[in-house]
Every structure is written in C-alpha cells, then in structure tokens.
Design a protein around this ligand. Structure first.
Ligand SMILES: [Fe+2]
Ligand SMILES: [Fe+2]
Length: 289
C-alpha cells in the first residue's frame, strides 16, 4: 500500500473542533420533536459512543507504529476527534439520565460485545472498527443530506449530531486505510472475505442491539409491544427511514475496489459552515485528549 494508490483526497483536512453542546440548559426528556421513538433511537445510539469510540481509538492506534507518515497523522487527528466526540456524548448521555432515562442496560450491552471482540487479534479489532466506521459515515452522510432526520429536534442537540456527522465524514477513510495498511500482505480474496464477514457480523449486532436499546428506552416512556415496534420500524424504515436510505451505501462496501472516499461527500460539510469552520483554538483540543 502506498499513499498514492489510495482514493483518500490529497487535500483532505481532518480538523478536530472542540465544541461543547447543551451545557447551559437542561435537555427536555423527549428532545427529538417530542417523539418517543425518535428520542429513543438517538439516545440508544449516543449511549454507545463513549465506550465504542474509545474502542475505535485503541484499535486503530495499535497500527500507528510503522504506518506511512500521512496515515500516522490522520490517525492522530482521528483519535483527537473521537476523544472529543466521546466527551460530548458522555455529557449528552448524562443529560438523558438527568431527564430520567436509565442507560445502564444499553451501556452494559456494548461493554459485553466489546469484551468478546477485544479477546481477538488486533487485526480483527481494526477490521471491526473499519466496518463500524463505514456505518457511522453512511449514517452521518444521510443525517446531513436529509434535514428531515433532525426535524423538530432541540437545536443544541441537533447541532451536536450535525457536528459529530461532519467529523465522521472527514475521518471516514482513516480506519479503512489503517485496515489496508494492516492487511497489506494479505491476498485480495482473503482481505475481502474477512472484511465481508466482519461487516455482516457487525451489522447484525448493530441492528439487534440498537433495536433492543431503543425498545428499552421506549419502555421507560411507557410505550411497549406492537405500538413500540410499529413506531420504531416506521421511523427507521419508512419515514424518515434512515435504514432504508443507507441500504445502498451499505451494500457498496462489498463491491471490489470499495473505498469510503470513492464518494467524496465533503460538499455536505460546507452546508454547515458554522459547524465545519473548525476555527477553535488548538490549545483546547490538546487538553481534551
Ligand atoms: Fe465519532
Ligand atoms: Fe468515527
């Protein structure tokens, strides 16, 4: 693998933006448009980030030693971005707890899954991170591309999700390039086979766990059974239909020659200049890591 063979744009800048959200005011319990299912889905996702992103950092960092200088720099920026995401989602989750939700079951589920994966070789962990990062990148793309996903959401919370999405798009190639570097001696077929297997496993766990997590949070709002399932499935698959909308991008992962930067979607970042400007002082960023 050489830097010139990778589709990651040469002029890509991965900029950690040390933003803080929602510190001044309490977040309403049903912050997402007063909707139980929308709030539950985003809260369930957020509950996974502090634990999950620390794991991503640890998995990718394991390969920084000996990586080409450009990739090593990108890993550093990736690490800083993810550390700040964890901090902000941790604060967001605390606000959800203050509003009365109990996230402990959801967090325990992520810990259990990761405890199993951590026992495997570092290459498996970077593979799982690469697959999950594709997931977050296509969710981020859809979130920024279609304002309907955050329609009615409390503005500070919506900004948190947009800011996170901007940075997920920016660093979407880092775990993938690390994986390419880590498996540079593997035959193409083996690389594809492992990558496909990992993606299928990660997807199954993601869908099963986030569904269970969302249903648990809806239960805490007194919505259960068929009503909970229909609200959830409608929201995820029909309108706004996040899962339906990302299905095509998810499938592209399995194509030979796939790379996250085969699609340059940086125009989505420009649509949020206040978030994407990245003009925060670097001093703060270093302190946060
Ligand atoms: Fe992140
Ligand atoms: Fe990420």
């Amino acid at each position: 693998m050489t830097a010139t063979t990778l589709p990651t744009p040469a002029d890509l800048s991965i900029t950690p933006r040390d933003r803080r959200f929602g510190r001044e005011t309490a977040t309403p319990r049903l912050w997402h448009g007063g909707r139980v299912e929308a709030t539950a889905i985003y809260n369930a996702l957020s509950s996974t980030f502090p634990i999950g992103e620390a794991y991503f950092v640890e998995s990718v960092r394991a390969f920084r030693e000996g990586a080409p200088p450009k990739l090593a720099e990108e890993i550093k920026a990736f690490t800083t971005q993810e550390a700040i995401h964890s901090r902000e989602h941790d604060a967001f989750n605390k606000r959800a707890e203050l509003a009365g939700y109990d996230l402990s079951k959801l967090e325990a589920r992520v810990q259990d899954r990761l405890a199993i994966t951590r026992e495997r070789a570092p290459i498996v962990n970077v593979g799982a991170t690469m697959a999950l990062e594709h997931f977050t990148a296509i969710l981020a793309h859809e979130l920024l591309n279609n304002p309907r996903h955050l329609e009615g959401a409390e503005p500070e919370a919506a900004d948190l999700w947009r800011w996170h999405s901007v940075e997920e798009i920016e660093h979407k190639g880092v775990a993938y390039d690390t994986w390419l570097f880590a498996t540079r001696d593997w035959p193409r077929w083996k690389r594809w086979k492992v990558k496909a297997k990992v993606m299928l496993l990660v997807t199954r766990n993601f869908v099963v766990d986030r569904t269970a997590g969302s249903l648990e949070l809806m239960r805490q709002d007194g919505v259960t059974g068929i009503k909970a399932w229909s609200l959830l499935l409608w929201y995820l698959w029909v309108r706004p239909g996040m899962f339906r909308k990302i299905a095509g991008a998810w499938l592209k992962f399995f194509l030979p020659g796939f790379h996250p930067w085969n699609e340059d979607d940086r125009h989505l970042l420009a649509a949020y200049p206040a978030i994407a400007s990245g003009d925060e002082p670097k001093r703060k960023v270093r302190r946060a890591v």
